[in-house]
Write a protein that binds this ligand. Sequence first.
Ligand SMILES: Nc1ncnc2c1ncn2[C@@H]1O[C@H](COP(=O)(O)OP(=O)(O)OP(=O)(O)O)[C@@H](O)[C@H]1O
Length: 222
Amino acid sequence: MIEAQKVELIYPDGTQAIKPFDLTIGKGELWYITGPSGSGKTSFLKMLVGEVIPTGGILSVLKTHISETNGKSIRRLRQDIGPVFQDFRVLEGHTVFENIRIGMRFLKISRTEMNQSAMEILGRVGLEHKANTLVDHLSWGERQRVGIARASVRKPKLIVADEPTGNLDHDNAVKILDLLESFVSSETTVIITTHATHLIEKPFGHQLIHMDLGNIKVEREV
Ligand SMILES: Nc1ncnc2c1ncn2[C@@H]1O[C@H](COP(=O)(O)OP(=O)(O)OP(=O)(O)O)[C@@H](O)[C@H]1O
């Protein structure tokens, strides 16, 4: 699902955010990416969704080549990716339900099916009872759940979550990671970045990348 050969990223100001790396990530896998601030975690995820383009090497995500000349295919690729942001990017002034519906705007399904899927996903993230609440009135952890529901409602092949546990206490952070992990399936790969290595000291079930100053090192392959 993701193939990288000698991929690197140098920003226009000369900062080498990612040093050349090779990597293969398969279907239905769970990957964690850890590393200190500034080590390149966000830049790595941005490359996967084509928000920044590698300046060297070959990167293919869901068979789409991430390159400057491939804008149209990259826009199509994003319909198969569910991004979860640290700051949730919920739409203030709209209800929880409306925020989920926004994640479905590209789907070619009927209104009834959309409403059903939206309610289903809200049940899965434990927010069914808040469907008609304005997101402005939600707690931090609840907002993150809305972000996860919106990212996963269209059953993406890839979910990428950038520091989804930022600003959450330990118990809520663990719950959010468990929830994200629950979306791993034979069809869906989940990639999560986090500073919080103590939250992922589980011995099995996931692969781990450690980043340091742009170096990508696979620490564990299951
Ligand atoms: N648009 C940009 N232009 C130039 N340099 C950038 C840009 N975005 C990020 N960088 C630099 O690239 C490096 C990697 O940044 P990145 O945000 O990917 O790290 P990170 O590991 O996600 O950090 P954090 O955990 O603090 O979010 C840093 O040195 C950063 O200053």
